[in-house]
Design a protein around this ligand. Structure first.
Ligand SMILES: [Zn+2]
Length: 233
């Protein structure tokens, strides 16, 4: 089992970056939740821990300590930028880092590139900095800065759930590729007249909840004939 540690930045008394009616501390929780859903839906062979899933504050050293104590295999700190720029960038520690760290960052970065292109969002590149969570963690660690909260163009992307989800999925795919996680096997089922999720669940000996988890956004009351859904195995 590979251990994935997700560190949603800021929280509680620390809002992080603020602008255009948005708070960084809330956006990073959303990104993290999209990442968790994507990982659970598409991969096996991992366990996951987080700094926080609610609006609480932990210090930078507490975040790193938590990941170190757990023995995480990989660490991602999720942030939103500020300062008037535009675009995406990611960071590794600017001191000596392992080749695994470089490899991990490259896997994340290459997954993000097509999303940036699709949303015409600038790629500010692969960067290095002396950030505490990168310096204090013992495992390969990357810090992502999705966009600038105080730039109107970027803020509009941050208000677009499809963009947030696409970026989160890219982060998650980068982690999965780096860790070489097994892809979750599933069967594709085509909805027939009269089907309900309950009936399909019975047919495949899975639960309705498992089907819903494998098909994010599915509306059980609005299944359409011919619609294809995934049945987790
Ligand atoms: Zn931040």
């Amino acid at each position: 089992m590979k251990k994935i540690y997700l560190d949603a930045g800021h929280g509680g008394k620390d809002s992080g970056a603020v602008g255009n009616g948005l708070l960084e501390k809330n956006l990073v929780l959303k990104l993290q939740q999209y990442m968790i859903s994507f990982l659970n839906t598409n991969y096996t062979g991992f366990t996951l821990q987080t700094t926080r899933t609610t609006d609480t504050f932990l210090s930078l050293s507490e975040r790193a300590s938590k990941a170190n104590a757990w023995g995480a295999d990989v660490f991602m700190s999720i942030h939103v930028n500020a300062g008037g720029g535009t675009g995406y960038e990611d960071y590794i520690y600017n001191g000596s880092v392992s080749s695994a760290t470089v490899n991990y960052r490259n896997r994340v970065h290459e997954q993000v590139i097509p999303v940036l292109a699709a949303y015409n969002h600038t790629n500010r590149g692969k960067k290095a900095a002396n950030f505490a969570v990168l310096r204090l963690t013992n495992m390969p660690a990357v810090l992502t800065e999705i966009a600038f909260i105080d730039t109107t163009k970027d803020a509009n992307l941050l208000k677009n759930e499809a963009f947030l989800q696409a970026m989160a999925n890219a982060y998650a795919r980068g982690i999965a590729v780096y860790l070489n996680l097994p892809v979750r096997q599933s069967t594709v089922y085509t909805i027939q007249a009269g089907d309900t999720l309950y009936k399909i669940a019975r047919m495949y000996s899975v639960t309705v909840q498992q089907i819903q988890a494998a098909n994010p956004g599915i509306d059980p009351s609005a299944l359409q004939i011919g619609q294809q859904i995934r049945i987790p195995s």
